[in-house]
Design a protein around this ligand. Structure first.
Ligand SMILES: C[N+](C)(C)CCCC[C@H](N)C(=O)O
Length: 288
């Protein structure tokens, strides 16, 4: 089993993450809290009350975990394609796999990565939603002191299964949309690259960026449900389950609720995934 695909996924995941985290914090707040009027309002408030650090809340844990998750995604994707089409990454330019195979491989990578991602994503969302300022003296201490404390508290208060809160919604979010992710990437690369050649860096950047947007646009409705389910373990339970969360969010806030965070998700997705794919291809290419 080729391991370099896993390594390439690791590096590209880390680079993409740092770039996208401030956008991600604004998105999570908009999806789960009602005190912000929009992207600008939320950004300004975070900056005023929590300083620049506010945007990087909850990042240390993903920095350690997202490379693992991305490595699972790209590694499983590529090895599934290898099993389906008997071509390695390097041979795929000369013998391009069908889009059905690309989609199936993307979905397979999606299922497995979402399982690894679930506890890390939960902790990230809980930490991002803490609005207490870390710089103002005398402000109240936040409930979670950091990622490890957060994990331990969830484990104690909500049990081991509590760490997988929102995991079903996460799986529904990621499985088909990661199929779409790789199909869009492959499609755009093929469109703008002469047959049999490797795509240029510019093509990889643009195809990666649009793959991210296509995937996030389709993922946003389940992303909202996922974030809400993850926050639901705190205090009084508002939802009985995934379906209940979907129905009551819709009843209370209308159809628009499922598109909350769409703009910011897309704005984040382009640079993050352009860099992710560029570093992924670069790493594999430089190794021959
Ligand atoms: C499937 N879903 C849209 C959720 C994610 C697809 C892109 C994954 C990438 N690491 C990123 O954070 O943008």
């Amino acid at each position: 089993m080729p391991v370099e695909e896993f390594m390439a996924g690791w590096i590209s995941g880390a680079l993409g993450l740092v770039l996208g985290h401030p956008f991600d914090t604004v998105k999570v707040r908009l999806q789960t809290q009602t005190s912000y009027r929009g992207i600008m309002d939320c950004t300004v408030k975070i900056y005023r009350h929590e300083s620049l650090l506010g945007f990087f809340k909850g990042m240390s844990f993903p920095i350690a975990s997202i490379p693992v998750v991305n490595s699972v995604l790209f590694g499983v994707y590529s090895n599934t394609l290898l099993a389906l089409t008997a071509t390695s990454h390097q041979e795929r330019r000369a013998q391009p796999p069908s889009y059905t195979h690309v989609f199936i491989a993307g979905c397979t990578g999606g299922v497995l990565q979402s399982y690894c991602l679930a506890p890390f994503d939960l902790i990230k969302v809980r930490l991002q939603n803490q609005t207490e300022s870390r710089v103002q003296p005398g402000s109240p201490r936040p409930r979670y002191q950091g990622p490890v404390h957060c994990a331990a508290t969830i484990f104690r208060e909500e049990g081991p299964r509590g760490l997988f809160r929102g995991a079903w919604a996460l799986m529904l979010r990621d499985t088909p949309t990661l199929g779409i992710y790789f199909v869009t990437y492959e499609g755009l690369c093929r469109q703008y690259t002469p047959d049999g050649q490797t795509p240029s860096s510019a093509t990889v950047l643009v195809a990666g960026g649009f793959a991210g947007i296509a995937s996030w646009v389709t993922a946003t409705p389940f992303d909202v449900i996922k974030s809400r389910m993850q926050m639901d373990g705190l205090g009084r339970r508002a939802y009985q389950g995934l379906l209940d969360c979907t129905v009551s969010s819709f009843r209370q806030e209308g159809l628009g609720v499922f598109f909350r965070g769409l703009t910011i998700n897309s704005a984040r997705a382009f640079p993050v995934n352009a860099v992710t794919f560029l570093s992924y291809e670069y790493f594999l290419h430089s190794r021959g």
